[in-house]
Write a protein that binds this ligand. Sequence first.
Ligand SMILES: [Zn+2]
Length: 273
Amino acid sequence: MVNSEPIGILRFTLSPKRELYSYKVVVRHEPGIVSRICTIPELKKVDVQHLTYAPISFKKRGRVSLFLVADFKDSNVDPEALLEKLKATEGVLDAELGRVVFPGLIIDDFHFPIYLMKDYRAVIVDQGTLSGMLEGVRDEMGPAGEAFLYHQGFDAGRMAVDYWLSEMEPIIGVKTRREIWEAISRMIKALGWASIETLNWSDDGIGIRIRADGLVECQLLKRHMGSHMFRGFISGIFSRLFGKELLAKEVKCVSKGDEYCEFLTTEVFVGER
Ligand SMILES: [Zn+2]
C-alpha cells in the first residue's frame, strides 16, 4: 500500500492510564473558527487526542458540532476551566463536557447520526461485529451462507454505481466506466475496505484484474477462507457498469497465504457464481 497512513475515527476509547475528557463544541461555520479554538492557552497545554470538524453536513444551518478529546495528565489544567474558555471563544455557540461513565472510558454520545457527506448517512461496523457477520453465516449455512454474502455484496455494488450515476453524474458530468471505477475504487479505500489497484482493465468488462491490499473481509477470517461479500461487491459494480452479469473470481487471497487478494472478472456461466 503506497502512500497510505492509517487514520483513527474516535467514537469511543478506553485508556485508564490517561486523564481523558471529551467536549462537544458547537460553533458558527465560519473561517478562522478552528484556529481560534486551537489557540486557547488551556488547550495548548493538554494532549489533544481527537478533534473532529466536518461542516459539510450542516452547512445550510450555519453551525458545526466538534468533538474534542484531550488527555489532561500532568497538565495542571482544570477541565472545567477549558470548558469556560471554549464557551467564551468568539464563534462558539455552545460547549459541553462529556459525562464520565467509567474513568478512562470516553464515548461520543453527543453526536448522532453520522454523515459521510451532505445528508448521506453511514454506520461504522467494528471488526468484532463484522467478523461475526462474515463468519457466523458461513458457520450456520455453509455454501448457502457464502452465496448469501455474495448476493448481499452484489446488490451493494450495483447500488454503489446507481448512487454514482444519480448523485454524482448530474454534478460532475458523464464519465467513462474506467473513470467511474477509479472513483469508486478510491471510495472503497476511503471507507476502509481495501486499498485497490487496477492491474488490468478491459473495455468489455472481461479480464479486469484488481489487486486489493488489506481487504478487511479476508484479513478477519479465522475459520474460513476467501472473500464472498467483497467479490460480490465488485461483481455488482462491474455488472452494473457494463450492463451484463460479470463475475469476479478471487485468484489470490491473504486468507490462503498470499500477500494480497486479487480478483479477475469473467463472464457468468450457468450455475457459476
Ligand atoms: Zn481474499
